[in-house]
Design a protein around this ligand. Sequence first.
Ligand code: NAD
Length: 824
Amino acid sequence: MNITEIFETMDYGPAPESPTPALAWIKERQPFGLFVNGQWVKPASGQYLDSINPSTGKPLTQVAAANSEDVNAAVTAARTAFETWGKTPGHVRARYMYAIARHIQKHSRLLAVLESLDNGKPIRETRDIDIPLVARHFYYHAGWAQLMASELPGYEPVGVVGQIIPWNFPLLMLAWKIAPALAMGNTVVLKPARYTPLTALKFAEIVQEIGLPPGVVNILTGEASQVGEALVRHPDVNKIAFTGSTDVGRSLRRATAGSGKKLSLELGGKSPFIVFDDADLDSVVEGVVDAIWFNQGQVCCAGSRLLVQEDVAERLIAKLRARMEKLRIGDPLDKAVDIGAIVSSAQLKEIQRLVEQGVDEGAEMWQPSWACPTEGYFFPPTLFTNVSPATTIAQVEIFGPVLVSMTFRTPAEAVALANNTRYGLAASVWSENINLSLDVAPKLKAGTVWVNCTNLFDASSGFGGYRESGFGREGGKEGLYEYVRPACETAGPASTPSSKFPIAKGAVHPSNGSEPAIGTSLDEDERTVSEFEPSNGSRIALPAIDRTPKMFINGKQVRSDSGYSQDVYDPAGRVIGQVGEGNRKDIRNAVEAAHAASGWASSTTHNRAQILYYIAENLSVREGEFARRIVQQTGRSQADAITEVQAAISRLFSYAAWADKFEGVVHRPPLRGVVLAMEEPIGVIGMACPDEYPLLDFVSLVAPAIAMGNTVVVIPSQQSPLSATDCYQVLETSDLPDGVVNIVTGDRDMLSQVLADHDDVEAMWYFGSAEGCKRVELASASNMKRTWVNYGHPRNWLDPIQGEGEEFLRESTQVKNIWVPYGD
Ligand code: NAD
């Protein structure tokens, strides 16, 4: 072809990257061993697995198939290394991490080629996106290692972390996991995905090269059923960090329930790509290319649902089809290729199956006229129109280059359609009207929202899901908390079941060790507080008017649906009152009321602060009354009880203060623009209070949650519920909107189970027995609700370090990162 012809066709010539150095690297080392304690070792099973090149379908090499014996060895090495690494000064850890970043850059081309060979993704992406971001993650987190002591005081590393990653961004997912873990002083055992082990093995070499102490990083290749499961169940692993599908994430939640292992889950998505009619449609077309054809659509946050305002839909679809016609598919090592190979034949078959199902369900399918390569696993870019929102292809993550499009008329309809999914990983909004975009972004249930851009990532900006896209963040300061725990908290579940009634009946007061003043119950006084003087002059002792604490649902005091009541005892065993025995129906009503009150989330932070101050004010007016109630229920001294009430008032002040101050940060990633990391409420939080401090515990849990805009369904202390039920009148007179706080008394574990099972509850906090914690974590897997449990360990709620502060605020919020590029 001569220059004139090339000019006429404007066709690309081949621009192949040579695989020779990467293939030589592979050849020198195969079959690959496991990387344990800084050494290459043979797998205990003696077995090896093929690693396939998806663009040819042929084996590239063989890697070791680890089993539970290898997992034991790796965890032991990581544990031993942790003893030193966990105490190594941040500056020293920072130097190692800086060296890793440098060495990644030194080997960048080898890593990029290996990644393309092993995964099938175009070299253009591995070279320009994956590998630079990997280096950036290590640089960024070297900084956090350096700053940990000053910026995260009171936190310690978690210990040995098991990390399990998928195949779609093999080295990048490794970096997202290993960089924050090492920065915070943890040691790791990482399992790469079955299909894509090679860059993790090259990474192990880098770890050796820079002289990272043995055992800090261990890498085990192999099957999920052999390595993954053994790692998740290993008793000496303190945390599991997982990225992968929602179904596996759910099974990990169940497998780790009650174990005390920290868990972060980055799961699947079905992200909306919303186009308003004033958007720049040519930019939108390029955005769609990046949203769904980047990495063959095998991207957790792929913009796989195109939602277009009706009046521009036809124009946009025409432009898109024209662009699709020009996309180039083929050899991933060709630098001019847009779309590479699908990772495996199994994944290809799954994409084909779902596409056929879309056609069967009546959607209209369109593909470019050109043909895919016949060798290897390729699938053409595919566009579905005429899609109904309830169909499989509109709901299920296809994880391939398949876009489904739907239309909407109004912004409200766009938001409803966008949120019509069980996932909540990401969303993009396209409009030239910044007011509209920034109005829509907070309404989208997604951890990341890109305005007029898509699929941008940076180490400074946390990434992670809402809803069934998982919990936890990777990147940013928020991501560090996944790898630390407050130094004051005991790790793991309590070995002895915690006492049901830890303070009453003469138990030692946990805050100061003094004996409670048993026998100062006020019941006698309360029952005969006054005298009646009829007209005949005689005087009759008057019984107190019976008080019946009910449930508090939707701002009203209502009777329990069960029609049963439970006696409440003082420490001497005398009945001091009765509360309703809540049941499923009460919880359902309370959850409904809490949902109906969701407008609380959009009330101003100033307004929420005012109401919390007002609650404190009204509580202080009744200080004596609340103190007497505490004495009556717990047998503690009057002075102690007053201390508790005052601590509760102070706590309300703290969260009134935080309401307009815990607001997020602005990130400056390397782009022209900003990322707004906003602290958003989680939604409806169910909470079960402990028994230690009947009033303070209740306030300590409810106040941060509502300060951050959540609505709550609270099960007060089972043993001493009367302090919470006495709060009704305080809440009723403090301008708190109906339904923001709902209180259901009764059996803590039974009611917690109902809350944890409830699909409309977004988070569950449980402070009770170790066994109860396990049940809550197990049940939470149904809708992947966030849980916060105490594993049976009591905490000293009077102590402000344990009883209030940032930890409570973080549990009350989830970070949404909104990317706003600027400039023309
Ligand atoms: P997958 O869930 O099948 O596997 C992920 C990893 O878990 C692999 O290493 C696998 O071997 C391992 N695994 C599978 N079953 C296991 C078990 N029972 N116990 C322990 N480990 C087990 O996912 P995949 O097919 O590799 O990756 C695609 C999925 O990952 C998609 O759903 C995608 O959305 C998701 N993903 C999410 C993110 C994110 O950040 N949210 C990023 C990338 C991919």
